[in-house]
Design a protein around this ligand. Structure first.
Ligand code: PEP
Ligand code: MN
Length: 344
């Protein structure tokens, strides 16, 4: 950490800053320039993270050297983390295809879609039972009945399942059914929820908040990791943009950036990022080309009848074509697409 002092800082103020740093067991290195005086702090910078150093008289700016997240950082863990979702690997060269409808609507709906995405090569089945809807009058999901259906259909097709948990009070319930717990964009900074899902030690799919920076995303991951698990997959699902032509703005640069900053896998969700089936394949391919460890896509066999996000769903045949292209690209990139045993 570097403490930049104000041009008119007094000698007493400089001494006060040095004493404060040293009182925390760190060394202060004073450097007087022609225009500015700075103090380099040597030692475990994390001890200072909670200190309001910028409020000390004479201090102009405090510049951290280390990122505020530790467990999520590349420095802490140079090798990529491989997350294991009931045998399906994500990260470290393993790419997972996650697909399914936005919401679980019925057994028949899930069975039809699971059969199609499984045949296309998806290895994890998704479906929301508790839906975070903008309007309280929209379909809120089937709740526990939805979890039961998702689990049963996952088992029928030998697919691990991922579903969203929105409420810390339901973490235990959702954990009984799901192989992976999803934290939705709207809850990325629900810190109580993050700690609760971390305690389950289950793999977590953490979606980027729609107005969250990459650093915010990694800080949220830190909450989960600090519960003692390493099984976190990040998800770029678009951030708020200014142009209503797409639902969100797909931040593809976040993928290689996260790989630079963190050892955690990151997947892309071009469905929520674009909200447009015609743009999903290109953005899915762009995400994979940028280094994504997985691609998450919403699929529905009757989008016009879907109870949630029908307008952005790919038809099963469109998904099959995309999955084929993703497999070819993954091969070109030297990655392994995680596959399941052939369907009986
Ligand atoms: C979802 O995956 O269905 C969902 C609601 O996504 P997000 O939280 O990214 O909006
Ligand atoms: Mn959705």
């Amino acid at each position: 950490m570097i403490i930049v002092l104000k041009p008119d800082v007094t000698e007493e103020q400089i001494q006060h800053v040095i004493e404060r740093v040293e009182s925390l067991g760190l060394r202060a290195h004073l450097s007087r320039g022609t225009y500015r005086t700075i103090i380099g702090v040597i030692g475990d910078e994390t001890k200072l993270q909670a200190e309001p150093l910028a409020a000390i008289p004479g201090v102009a700016e405090v510049v951290p050297i280390l990122p505020p997240y530790k467990l999520a950082s590349r420095e802490a863990h140079p090798l990529p983390t491989v997350v294991d979702v009931a045998g399906v690997k994500i990260g470290g060269g393993h790419v997972a295809l996650i697909a399914g409808p936005c919401a679980v609507e019925s057994y028949e709906q899930m069975e039809t879609i699971a059969a199609a995405v499984r045949r296309a090569g998806a290895s994890i089945l998704r479906g929301g039972a508790f839906k975070p809807r903008t309007s309280p009058y929209s379909f809120q999901g089937l709740g526990e009945e939805g979890l039961r259906i998702l689990r049963a259909v996952g088992d029928q097709f030998g697919m691990p399942v991922v579903t969203e948990v929105m409420d810390p009070r339901r973490v235990e319930l959702v954990s009984q059914y799901a192989d992976m717990l999803q934290i939705g964009a709207r809850n990325m900074q629900n810190f109580t929820l993050l700690s609760e899902v971390g305690k389950t030690q289950k793999p977590i799919l953490l979606k980027r908040g729609m107005s969250a920076t990459v650093q915010d995303l990694l800080m949220s991951a830190e909450y989960i990791l600090s519960e003692g698990t390493s099984q976190v997959v990040l998800c770029e699902r678009g951030v708020k943009g200014f142009d209503p032509a797409t639902r969100n703005l797909f931040d593809v640069a976040a993928v290689p950036l996260v790989h630079q900053l963190s050892h955690l896998p990151i997947i892309v969700d071009p469905s929520h990022a674009t909200g447009r089936p015609d743009l999903i394949p290109a953005c899915a391919m762009a995400g994979l080309a940028a280094g994504a460890d997985g691609v998450h896509v919403e699929v529905h066999h009757q989008p016009e009848k879907a109870l949630s996000d029908g307008a952005q769903a790919l038809l099963p045949e469109q998904y099959a074509e995309l999955a084929q292209q993703l497999k070819q690209l993954a091969q070109l990139l030297g990655k392994t697409i995680s596959t399941l045993e052939p369907v009986q």
